[in-house]
Design a protein around this ligand. Structure first.
Ligand SMILES: [Zn+2]
Length: 272
């Protein structure tokens, strides 16, 4: 991932996606906002107990830095499901100014409509951006361990194929900062659920340093799903950034004992 200074805000971009003129994409960081304490400073999440005024201001700061009107952002009320919404013109701006209008019970969004910035909010879950440059279709989703077990990234690729005639072999995929295999410990219960949901756990579940715990490798699990769905390995870019290790730059729910903000990953088809 590359880091770009946009005034006081800094945002990451993926090397592969940066090569395409038709899209704008980014990963926000904690830098450049007005939230305080555990939320400091650029918290994007309305739902985490921060002051709504500050969150809205942070979103405006980020949108201004990117040169995209906030009314073009679309957010979902994420619930760790595998529900993927097809986003049309009427969805533009949903959830951008307030929590209530965000797309309900949705963890992934797909669109081919220009000037809609699909945004997912995370702090440990994996934000994933997809782009089909042939059919000009974009998607944003988030996959924590629950979403990964529910195969939301597979569901998103399948829906892009069904609704937009995309081909998986043309798609580019980018995995943003999230809790990495260096840190992401889970208990026996998660391992049991993972075995039922995913079957083969080779390289996904590994021994942890903490007795009785296991490492759940969210990155390997989602990359495997992308490859199984037909996305080429060379088209998958993993930031490899662990937000728990890099907690000063990215929010990590685990690093802050569940009381923290959210950063976002966004993607938009630009009007040419
Ligand atoms: Zn780590």
């Amino acid at each position: 991932m590359l880091y770009n200074k946009l005034g006081a805000v800094s945002a990451g971009t993926f090397e592969q996606l940066s090569g395409f003129d038709h899209i704008l994409h980014f990963v926000s960081t904690r830098e450049g906002g007005i939230s305080r304490g555990n939320f400091s400073t650029l918290n994007i999440g309305f739902h985490v107990g921060d002051d709504n005024f500050r969150v809205l201001k942070n979103r405006r700061i980020l949108a201004d830095a990117l040169g995209v009107d906030l009314s073009r952002f679309t957010f979902a009320n994420q619930c760790h499901s595998s529900n993927v919404a097809i986003v049309n013109d009427a969805c533009r701006g949903k959830g951008s100014m307030e929590l209530e209008t965000a797309l309900p019970h949705t963890d992934g969004m797909i669109t081919n409509v220009k000037n809609i910035c699909l945004g997912v909010q995370v702090a440990d879950c994996v934000p994933i951006l997809l782009y089909d440059p042939v059919r000009q279709v974009i998607a944003a989703l988030h996959a924590g361990w629950k979403g990964t077990l529910r195969k939301i990234v597979t569901e998103t690729v399948v829906k892009m194929v069904q609704h937009y005639d995309s081909k998986a072999e043309n798609m580019l995929a980018a995995l943003g900062p999230s809790n990495g295999p260096c840190c992401y410990e889970v208990g026996d219960d998660v391992v049991r659920e993972a075995r039922t949901a995913l079957g083969n756990l080779k390289d996904i579940i590994k021994p942890a340093a903490t007795p009785g715990k296991h490492i759940f490798d969210q990155w390997t699990a989602n990359i495997r799903q992308l490859k199984d769905a037909g996305v080429k390995e060379e088209n998958i870019e993993n930031s490899g950034v662990c937000c728990q290790c890099n907690n000063t730059l990215f929010y990590s729910s685990r690093a802050d004992q569940g009381h923290t903000g959210r950063f976002m990953a966004g993607i938009m088809l630009k009007k040419h």
